[in-house]
Write a protein that binds this ligand. Sequence first.
Ligand code: PLP
Length: 403
Amino acid sequence: MYDINQVRADFPILARQIYGHPLVYLDNAATTQKPRQVVEAMVDEYYNVNANVHRGVHYLSQQATDLHEASRETVRQFIHAKSTNEILFTRGTTESINLLAFSFGEAFIHSGDEIIVSTLEHHSNIVPWQMLCQRKDAVLKVIPMNDDGRLDLEAYEKLLSEKTRLVCCTHVSNVLGTLNPVHDIIRIAHEHDVPVLIDGAQSVPHMSVDVTALDCDFFAFSGHKVYGPTGVGVLYGKENWLDRMPPYQGGGEMIKNVTFERTTYNALPYKFEAGTPDYVATHALATALDYLTALGMENVHTHEQQLTRYTLQRMSEIEGLHIYGQDHNSVISFQVGNIHHLDLGTLLDRLGIAVRTGHHCAEPLMRRLGIEGTVRASFALYNTQEEVDALVEGIQRVAKMFG
Ligand code: PLP
C-alpha cells in the first residue's frame, strides 16, 4: 500500500550525503522537503504559463488564473471547507494569524476585551495577539498546561467570560507533539458564543483535517510544512466572520471601485488578497496537496504514527534520555542527561542527522517546562525506521563521548 522507497524516490534531496553520511532529515516540523512533482509544477509554470492573474484578457493570464483558482478549490477540498470564499491565500501561518489579528481586531476587539491563547502556542500565535491587546487595551489570557503536556480544560472553561472575544489554540504542538482536544475547545467556546482560531501548521501535514466538522471559525497553515513551496499559506475563515471584517492590506485586486473620495471592496476572498498573489506557489501548494491525497492521508498518518511509536520504544533504551510531554504526533522533544541541546544537535549534524535544537519559537512553553531548550526530532511521510536507528545510534555515540 505505502511504498516508502517509491515515496523517497520522489524527494531528490534525500539522496544527499552530509559529512560523508546519508542525510537523515528529522527537522520536518520546521519545514518539509519537496517532491519532484511540486518543484516541476513551479518550473513548468514559470517556463510555460507565467502571466499575472485576474487582470488579463490574454491567453496566458487566463491560464495562470485558472491554475490559481483551481488551487483554491484543491485547498478547499483538502481541508473540507464549504466554499472557496473561505480560503484566503497568505504567505504562511504567521501572516494568516497577523491578518486575523489585525482585521478581526479592528472589527471586534475593544478596551477590556479578552483573548485566550494556550501555553502550547508557537510565538506566531502569541505575539500578534499581544500586539493587538496593546493596540486595543485588551487582555491576553492563557490556558495552563498540566505536567503531562496536555491543556487543562477545566481551567480553560473558567477563563471564558462575557469579555472573551476569541480563543486561539494550536491543533498540534510544534514542541511536544500534543494533539490538543480542539473539538472540546471549540465546543466550549461556542457555548459562550466565542469564535476559535486553530493553528494547523503542525496538523495539516500529518492527519486529515475537516474544518467544517471541527466547526472552527478560523484555521491557519503553511505551505512549506506540507511539502509545498515557501512563501504561501492559507487562512480559512467562516464567511459570516470574513464578511464582517475589514481588509488587511489595501491595493490592487482587493477593490471593487476606487475614487479619491472613497473605495469599495471586492467580494470574498479577494477583499483580503491585495496585490499580485504568489500564483506559482499556490499552484505548487495544490500540487503538494494532490500528492498527499494520492498517497492517502490515512496512510501517511499511519506510517508516521508507527514511526513515532518505534522511536519512543528505541529511545527508551537510551540511558538518561528524557522525553517531554506524553502525546506525540510526529514530533518528539527530548534531552539526554546534562548534555546541552546545542551540543547534541551539532554533533548529530556531523553524522548527517538534521534535528532542531533550542526553544522552537515557544519560549513561554520552555519557561513552563523549566528548561531553555530541547532537541526535537520531527517526522515526515518519507522517514524510515532505519533513520530512527541512525538517530538512536547517533545519540548513543554522543552520550558516550560525554561519558
Ligand atoms: N504555528 C506552529 C504550530 C508552527 O509550528 C509554526 C512554525 O514552526 C508556525 C506557526 C509558523 O509558521 P510559519 O513560519 O510558516 O509562518
